[in-house]
Design a protein around this ligand. Sequence first.
Ligand SMILES: Nc1ncnc2c1ncn2[C@@H]1O[C@H](COP(=O)(O)OP(=O)(O)O)[C@@H](O)[C@H]1O
Ligand SMILES: [Mg+2]
Length: 226
Amino acid sequence: MIQVRAVDKSYTLPGQKIPVLKKVSLDVAEGEFVAIMGPSGTGKSTLLNLLGCLDVADTGSLILDQNTISKMDDRALADIRNRKLGFVFQSTSFVDYLDLPDNVAMPGFYSGMSRAESRQRAIELLKQVGLGHRLSHLPGQLSGGESQRVAIARALFNRPRLLLADEPTGNLDSRNSGEIVKMLRDLNTEGLTIVLITHDETVAKAADKIFFMQDGKIEASCNASQ
Ligand SMILES: Nc1ncnc2c1ncn2[C@@H]1O[C@H](COP(=O)(O)OP(=O)(O)O)[C@@H](O)[C@H]1O
Ligand SMILES: [Mg+2]
């Protein structure tokens, strides 16, 4: 599903270039659930943004679902993003005055689906993440764990092939974190490939494999069950 080969990425600030990723290579197989761990500032989010076609590498090659994304322009990247990828971040972002189905249906509005059809799909997804009893609620009326479940429902709207999650349980207590992890595991069992960044070893252990990053490099990997 993902092949990263010798990818470098630096950020340019006025007067200086800050190297972040240094010859990063990694593979993620279709249907795999991998976690990425490592200290703050080590380049985990930078790597996830490259996988998510939100940014481009300086050098090296990146293949996503047989598409060479390291050679694509912005429009082609946006197309891959919309058709194949779902994103979940540590902080959720919703439109406060829209109810949960409209928030979850947001990707449908962008792709031109009718309001009725996109709301119907959103309601099914909200039921799937256990929020069928919260359909008329506004985002501000939810707990942290519920918000993250809504974010997952929205990420699933376009039936992504790959879910990218950047510390999705970072703001949650251990019980809510456990529920989100179980949900991700279930989605993975149904065939969704997942790349998850986390600080939390308990969360990482839900994955099939853990990559450890340090100073912009992948230092090690292990099977999570070991
Ligand atoms: N847009 C940016 N511009 C400049 N520097 C950045 C930018 N994004 C991240 N960085 C820097 O790149 C390094 C890696 O950041 P990041 O990938 O967010 O690390 P992590 O997710 O592992 O905490 C950090 O030193 C950070 O300050
Ligand atoms: Mg980060």
